[in-house]
Design a protein. Structure first.
Length: 183
């Protein structure tokens, strides 16, 4: 079990360091490009035809890449108030079970969205779908979106197994309130 926990930790650190930086750089670059487009439009009266589409598709793609990082931190679905109440009343097992259930639901939902997105990706590829400006193909965006959901499902799977191991070792009894409430 410790081998799996070490593997899980290494995978999550790699995703956090690599995709976190890529998504952050994309968001920063696209924000600066959006500011440039605002200046070009309102000061010079010209814009790139594809600029608005690139900004929208790029920001959504960056957010999709950041799904995994958000899941690593368990920062997307925080029920602190409820879990703190349950934890403060001494229902440590309930908090441990809730972590397992939430990780399982996230894994199933994101995995199903990622897998069923294949038909949309193949449709966009076959029909050569593009954005409204007709310059940016949509299939890379769909691929990144599928990758983000599947990565989030994979990380939720790792966390589910970690939570099961932690629950079987009764580590929920020793966990600090911050660790047990981040669902």
């Amino acid at each position: 079990m410790d081998g799996f926990l070490n593997f899980s930790l290494r995978m999550k650190e790699a995703v956090h360091s690599i995709l976190g930086w890529i998504a952050s750089a994309m968001l920063l670059g696209l924000t600066l490009f959006a500011l440039l487009e605002i200046i070009r439009r309102y000061i010079f009266g010209v814009v790139f035809e594809w600029g608005q589409d690139a900004i929208i598709v790029g920001i959504v793609a960056a957010v999709a890449l950041y799904f995994g990082v958000t899941q690593i931190r368990r920062g997307h679905l925080v029920m602190n108030a409820i879990m703190q109440l349950v934890h403060s009343r001494g229902h440590y097992k309930t908090v441990g079970i809730a972590k397992i259930v939430v990780s399982t639901i996230i894994m199933l939902f994101c995995g199903s969205v990622g897998v069923t997105g294949w038909s949309t990706l193949s449709y966009a590829w076959d029909r050569n779908l593009t954005t409204y400006s007709l310059l940016i193909p949509l299939w890379p965006f769909y691929l990144i979106l599928m990758f983000g959901f599947l990565l989030m499902a994979f990380i939720a799977f790792l966390q589910m197994v970690e939570d099961i191991i932690s629950f079987s070792r009764a580590e929920y009894l020793d966990a600090e309130i911050e660790l047990t409430t981040d669902i």
